[in-house]
Design a protein around this ligand. Structure first.
Ligand code: ADP
Ligand code: ASP
Ligand code: MG
Length: 404
């Protein structure tokens, strides 16, 4: 008998027929003799609608109330799935975050899980009940509901799996695994059988939203075996596991992209010691995340500094630069129509030339690279948004990833 956490995403519970389908999948796992706990997302589109309501009332709404509103989507599906399971003769009970409890910090809107008490779930499993847990939500130190950031139900599932020492955490979604790149954009994308925690972490944090970044961090920390698979087919999925378990290592495992990027350029910044600290200090004090940075060498005593931040933070970043930065500069420019495209693979640690393949493939398509950043297992470039698809396809082919 294995202990399994099954998580079903928004599309998988998108309507009543799909919730019935999910109930059957849960039943199939129980019929195989396994102990099961389930985590559900809100029905697809519901969280977006709830977020839109908050924004419509006020662009600057209270984050505690935002959480009170957006956490409701998951509560609905947990109750509905419990009813569907009961209809199949299975003893099932819904659980909200506070009932377990899933304890988070106080960063409302993007809270982090700090602790989960597995005892209640454990007890209910031992009694042969299926716990249907509302994903995406917890309870903060202020005793109020919190949410874990968009895509947070993945993190709930992995955290529950770690807390109850599950043998596996199965993430059911609308694609049958992790692909070499987003299969909705590149038709020749290939499903990967196994991917290391480290590579999956880079893929997720660089934009592949198939798993929330924090869920991968948590899986890596607690060594939870995560499987990504489809709730609509029985095709084998992708296992996220230790690098040692992967026999065939590719040079490049995947390509990710992120549209949530914006570029800011400060032109004619006086070139003297302390300018970087003078520019980035106020941005960090304002809690604005800066990602890529380039500074040119100076010819005439001045230099240009370019950095990227998220599109959401762009207006705030511009305000901080204009109001708080004391370093003299001539002018400021910004661009929201950029994307970051990244190639990821542990093979890069031991092989040279990966970045060059990327630069050449983009050059051959006439795509200009605006900013470059690298780390041990990834290379990222910033390009104009209009070339996203072209770049992804060209890189996919250049690294030999196209499906046969
Ligand atoms: P869920 O609602 O089940 O959580 P998401 O929409 O959050 O589903 O994540 C699944 C989506 O992730 C897929 O529909 C796919 O478009 C996208 N995606 C992006 N990159 C990848 C990738 N490398 N492999 C698989 N899916 C990806
Ligand atoms: N419903 C939440 C969202 O749409 C959480 C999730 O689906 O993982 O972001
Ligand atoms: Mg998701």
């Amino acid at each position: 008998m294995a202990r399994i956490v099954q998580k079903f995403g928004g599309t998988s519970v998108g309507d009543i027929a799909r919730i019935r389908n999910v109930a059957n999948r849960v039943k199939a796992e129980i019929d195989r003799g396994n102990e099961v706990a389930v985590v559900v997302s809100a029905m697809s589109g519901v969280t977006n609608q709830l977020v839109a309501y908050c924004n419509e009332l006020s662009a600057d709404h209270d984050q505690r109330e935002y959480d009170a509103v957006v956490a409701t989507g998951e509560q609905v599906t947990s109750g509905l799935l419990a009813i569907a399971l009961q209809g199949l003769g299975i003893q099932a009970r819904s659980w909200s975050g506070w009932q377990i409890p899933i304890i988070s910090d106080d960063a409302h809107g993007k809270a982090r899980i700090v602790d989960i008490k597995g005892d209640e779930i454990d007890k209910s499993m031992k009694a042969g009940h299926v716990a249907v847990i509302a994903g995406f939500q917890g309870i903060g130190p202020d005793n109020r509901v919190s949410t874990l950031g968009r895509g947070g139900s993945d993190t709930t599932a992995v955290a529950v799996a770690a807390a109850i020492k599950a043998d596996r955490c199965d993430i059911y979604t609308d694609v049958d695994g992790v692909y070499t790149t987003d299969p909705r954009i590149v038709k020749s994308a290939r499903k990967v059988d196994k991917i290391s925690y480290e590579e999956m972490l880079e893929m997720a944090s660089l934009g592949a939203k198939v798993l929330q970044t924090r869920s991968v961090e948590m899986a890596m920390k607690h060594r939870v075996r995560v499987q990504v698979l489809s709730s609509f087919s029985d095709a084998p999925g992708t296992l996220v596991c230790d690098e040692d378990e992967i026999v065939e290592k590719e040079l490049v495992t995947g390509i990710a992209y992120s549209r949530d990027e914006a570029k800011v350029t400060l032109i004619g910044v006086s070139d003297q010691p302390g300018i970087a600290a003078g520019v980035f200090g106020p941005l960090s004090a304002a809690n604005i995340n800066v990602d890529m940075i380039v500074q040119n060498t100076s010819q005439d005593g001045t230099t240009d500094i370019t950095f990227t931040t998220t599109r959401t933070d762009l207006d705030r970043a511009l305000k901080v630069v204009k109001e708080s930065i004391k370093v003299p500069y001539k002018s400021i420019g910004s661009d929201k129509s950029v994307v970051k495209v990244s190639v990821i693979g542990v093979g890069m640690r031991s092989h040279a030339g990966v970045a060059q393949t990327m630069f050449k493939a983009l050059a051959d398509k006439g795509i200009n690279i605006q900013v470059i950043s690298t780390s041990e297992i990834k290379v990222s470039v910033l390009i104009a948004e209009e070339y996203t698809e072209l770049a992804l396809r060209a890189l996919h082919t250049a690294y030999g990833l196209d499906a046969a």
